[in-house]
Design a protein around this ligand. Structure first.
Ligand code: F6P
Length: 507
């Protein structure tokens, strides 16, 4: 098993400065009554990049989300982040409102996002957005260039930054690695993108390119083969294009399992989320933890999602309807608690998901609800990681049913937190989540098949405790082995190797 110190050793022996570049910040600064305070995001890519940055003393470049995020920064827009586990420097980029529209709400999340996820949402193509996307990618590239000194590994993350590799100047001491965290679609889907050649040729200027799963990497290679005059060596997964070699690999992201475990309290505590739940369910009794009260009384099916059409929220609620219809014995005994984090709210297709979820929630609650019991509780709140982990720990079933997902860390976090309970729950997981390959001992379902999901829920609720224990423990063992440090270690090692190879071939 690779631990944080192995990653630290690798970083020390290789002698490369690491620059991590992503849209999302590992820490945000939020204005509260007593001033601006640091807040850790509850999910997303940035959350797991934090321990990697700590182990490699990295410089982390990310987009600031609010104007008040300037407050804790020095004159170079940097601040020190960290704790006893390590420190690193965060540099924030401030993007103007107009470019943000095209870069984030436009090209990233209305063009590439629906194009890459098979969720049947039509991608929008707007040349102006692409111009704004490139402008913001150039802001990132300039910030990176200003920081390159000596041997440097630039590690670019995700679809928001696909044009950055083509914007970096060539330098024999610089290695460029890129990780694509969302799915890569088949060529038949990708080919419709009017800007496809620019995106592909930029990504091929990275020395090392990784995806979570094999099918995503092979979809990428297939797309390159059909769109560009490139030579692909299938054996070594190397693409030779215009005098440059890019090594392509699949490398599934794991969890910062030690951090996850440290956040799960066996003694339950009152938190902002548990207070919200107390209010929601009208639990006045303060002497006991509200969730304990609730979890003792009902069997709880839990879901945590960003409000996004790829997460299959509508299909999941429909499956819950089917579950109660086919299993009336559970009426009054089981509840679904869905925590939904607002996301990309300006975009129409996201507003639509919220509306659909509301309508279904009230329809299903009307259909089955009794005087004192409602089957569905949807909470539209921004959650924090600790709260959610403690929910996982107590839930009977966790429903993770995306229609398409690059990896999905919710499913992995649930398994680890649940394993810490004396009586673990069970995971019902979409076969279309990247994590389904790692978590084969969950109940795997097709999220579009309401009956299959309903049956999966029933199976999860009725599974014998010994079987749940065996399944959850075996998945946890694998997550321990394939943790985030192993992922970071392998990426950095292989990217450096690929960078050296690319240089040797070019000379
Ligand atoms: O990989 C998917 C991703 O877009 C990440 O880049 C990001 O961390 C997460 O989803 C959340 O997205 P957003 O920051 O747009 O809410």
């Amino acid at each position: 098993m690779v631990a944080i110190n192995d990653l630290r050793d690798l970083f020390n022996t290789q002698g490369y400065k690491v620059i991590i570049v992503a849209d999302g910040e590992p820490v945000s600064s939020v204005k509260k009554k007593d001033g601006v305070i640091a807040q850790v995001p509850a999910g997303g890519v940035a959350m797991v990049l934090d321990p990697i940055a700590k182990a490699t003393d990295a410089l982390y470049i990310a987009r600031a989300k609010r104007a008040e995020e300037r407050e804790p920064l020095d004159k170079n827009d940097k601040m020190m982040v960290g704790n006893a586990d390590g420190n690193y420097i965060l540099k924030r980029l401030f993007i103007n409102e107009e470019d943000l529209e095209g870069y984030y709400f436009g090209f990233s999340n209305q063009t590439l996002w629906p194009l890459c996820h098979v969720a049947f949402e039509e991608p929008q193509f707007n040349p102006e957005w692409f111009e704004q996307y490139k402008r913001v990618n150039q802001v990132y590239a300039d910030a990176i260039e200003a920081e390159i000194k000596g041997k440097t590994l630039v590690w670019i993350h995700d679809y928001q930054l696909a044009m950055v590799p083509s914007m970096l100047s060539k330098n024999k001491d610089t290695i460029v690695g890129m990780f694509w965290h969302i799915p890569w679609p088949t060529w038949e889907v990708f080919r419709v993108l009017p800007f496809k050649k620019e995106i592909l040729t930029s990504m091929l200027q990275a020395d090392f390119l990784a995806f979570h799963r094999n099918y995503q990497a092979s979809n990428f290679l297939d797309t390159v083969e059909r769109e560009l005059e490139a030579r692909i060596d299938k054996e070594t997964q190397q693409v030779h294009y215009k005098n440059h070699v890019t090594t392509v690999k699949s490398l599934p992201l794991g969890l910062d399992i030690d951090v996850v475990r440290s956040l799960v309290h066996v003694e339950e505590q009152e938190t902002p989320l548990s207070q919200t739940i107390r209010e929601l369910f009208g639990i006045e009794e303060k002497k006991d933890h509200p969730l304990k009260w609730y979890f003792d009384k009902y069997k709880v099916i839990f879901g945590v999602d960003r409000l996004d059409y790829t997460k299959g929220i509508r299909q999941r609620l429909q499956a819950l309807d089917t579950f109660f219809e086919r299993n009336p014995q559970y009426i009054g005994k089981v509840v679904y608690l869905g925590i939904i984090a607002p996301s990309r709210e300006k975009i129409e297709s996201y507003k639509k998901v919220r509306k659909q979820a509301k309508q279904l929630e009230s329809m299903i609650n009307k259909k089955y609800g009794t005087k004192n019991w409602k089957p569905l509780h949807l909470l539209h709140v921004l959650f924090n990681r600790e709260d959610i982990l403690n929910f996982y720990h107590s839930a009977d079933v966790c429903l993770v049913t995306p229609l398409d997902d690059g990896m999905n860390l919710v499913s992995k976090e649930f398994v680890v937190a649940s394993a810490m309970s004396a009586n673990p729950g069970m995971l019902v997981l979409s076969q279309f989540a990247g994590s389904a390959t790692d978590l084969g001992n969950a109940i795997i379902v097709n999220p579009y098949d309401k009956i299959e999901v309903a049956e999966g829920i029933k199976q999860g609720l009725e599974m014998k405790p010994e079987e749940k224990r065996t399944r959850i423990d075996s998945m946890t063992e694998m997550l321990e082995e394939k943790n985030v440090y192993d992922w970071g270690y392998t990426f950095i090692r292989d990217a450096i190797q690929a960078g050296k190879l690319a240089l040797a071939k070019e000379q």
